[in-house]
Ligand binder design. Structure first.
Ligand SMILES: NC(=O)c1ccc[n+]([C@@H]2O[C@H](COP(=O)([O-])OP(=O)(O)OC[C@H]3O[C@@H](n4cnc5c(N)ncnc54)[C@H](O)[C@@H]3O)[C@@H](O)[C@H]2O)c1
Length: 381
């Protein structure tokens, strides 16, 4: 079997998750790793058992690499994705696709011109029950959708001493909670319901107006062991918490709340969709079960079990019922679909996976949400 040679750029938190997921696919070899400097790249490559270590410019020159995964801080996604496409390689980019709409538009255009495979890692779509909910909605099991209620809550920025590059707009963009986790929630909402968000009304809150920035660099989720003298107080101007009212193209209405300062909520996306036939509820912290609310009969609890799923959702299930699948499996399932396109050599007409166009869409919604908060008014998407 010919192995597709892949390189991963950025190996903090999510880069190694990409590497692990790629290694679970039989036709892929993670041949190269790229980091901010060559010493770090060599160290990480050795630790992760990867042959080639590069800085970004040298990775582009390696003609054996066919596809590159961009797992760096947000402000690098545009320039690195563009350079990868111009080097004639397929690209899988982390969300958000860029920090500015114009940059994302340019990437969508460039990707279309090259015909190369382009994907954005909206991996939450790949929980088996998310696709099952989408399929159930398509088959009429939900009925006409009346309303949406969503939340995405975390606590890793709960304390004033919690710090990360995501708190700095020049690295992360003008929005934080909405761009970082709201983007997943809004993407999954449109994906499951098939509806488009048409108008937004947002209200943000920055709970910690200043934070204590560590004087030495740290990676995501690893900053819990520093001393008080290791910090400097800095102003914060992106949101810890946001509430957004939503209007959809079919007349349905809804709301989402996102927060990175909700104690005890580690990484909890919860979505409730109310329709004329049933009510669906699903939570990412218990991803192998969903609740189906009924008026006329008893409510149901559906467990992830391929024998109980529609065929359209069965392809995302690798293990029988009762054998739980979770976050690492979502990337594997997404990459399975992306690499079927890489094998074919080009972006398909109607990709089943999230593309640069989906990345642009999320950026657009996110920008309108920021605008709405600034104006304290409804804004059309
Ligand atoms: N889809 C998801 O579920 C998910 C989860 C976490 C993060 N993300 C996204 O992944 C991206 C990275 O997040 P993270 O949490 O892994 O961040 P991180 O800070 O833990 O890791 C970033 C890595 O990029 C490296 N890097 C920085 N500059 C570089 C350069 N010029 N060239 C090469 N490498 C460089 C850093 O050294 C670090 O290893 C973000 O855009 C984030 O939004 C997505």
């Amino acid at each position: 079997m010919k192995k597709i040679k892949v390189a991963v750029v950025g190996t903090g938190f999510i880069g190694p998750a990409h590497i692990e997921a790629l290694r679970r696919l039989p036709n892929i070899e993670v041949l190269g790793l790229c980091e901010a400097n060559i010493d770090l790249a060599r160290e990480k490559a050795d630790a992760l058992g990867i042959e080639r270590a590069y800085i970004f410019e040298d990775l582009l020159l390696d003609s054996e690499i066919e596809c590159v995964h961009i797992c760096t801080p947000n402000f690098l996604h545009y320039s690195q994705s563009k350079a990868v496409l111009l080097a004639g390689k397929h690209v899988v980019c982390e969300k958000p696709l860029a920090t500015k709409i114009e940059d994302a538009e340019e990437l969508v255009k460039l990707a279309a011109e090259t015909g190369l495979v382009n994907a954005v890692h909206f991996n939450l779509r790949y929980y088996p029950l998310v696709r099952q909910m989408r399929t159930m909605r398509e088959k009429g099991d939900l009925g006409e959708i009346y309303s949406i209620m969503g939340s995405y809550l975390q606590d890793w920025l709960f304390y004033q001493t919690d710090y990360n590059w995501r708190l700095e707009p020049d690295k992360s963009g003008d929005s934080r909670a909405i761009a970082d986790i709201g983007s997943h929630l809004l993407d999954v909402t449109e994906y499951i319901t098939g509806m488009k968000i048409t108008e937004v009304m947002a209200d943000f809150n920055t709970v910690h107006k200043t934070r204590l920035k560590p004087l030495k660099a740290i990676e995501t989720y690893s900053g819990k062991m520093l001393e008080p003298s290791d910090y400097q107080e800095v102003p914060i101007n992106t949101e810890d918490h946001a509430s957004v009212l939503l209007r959809f193209d079919n007349g349905a209405k809804g709301s989402v709340t996102v927060s990175q300062v909700s104690a005890g909520r580690k990484n909890r996306l919860n979505l409730e969709i109310s329709g004329s036939v049933a009510n669906f509820e699903w939570c990412s912290e218990k991803p192998n079960e969903m609740w189906v609310g009924k008026r006329e009969t008893a409510n149901q609890q559906l467990m992830k079990d391929p024998s109980l799923f529609y065929p359209e959702a069965q392809s995302l299930v690798s293990f029988p019922g009762g054998h739980n699948e979770g976050f690492p499996d979502t990337s594997k399932q997404l990459f399975k679909e992306v690499y079927a396109a890489v094998v074919a050599g080009k972006q398909p007409e109607n990709p089943t996976y999230p593309t640069f166009a989906d990345g642009l869409r999320e950026l657009l919604i996110c920008e309108r949400i920021i605008e709405s908060h600034r104006k304290q008014a409804w804004v059309t998407v």
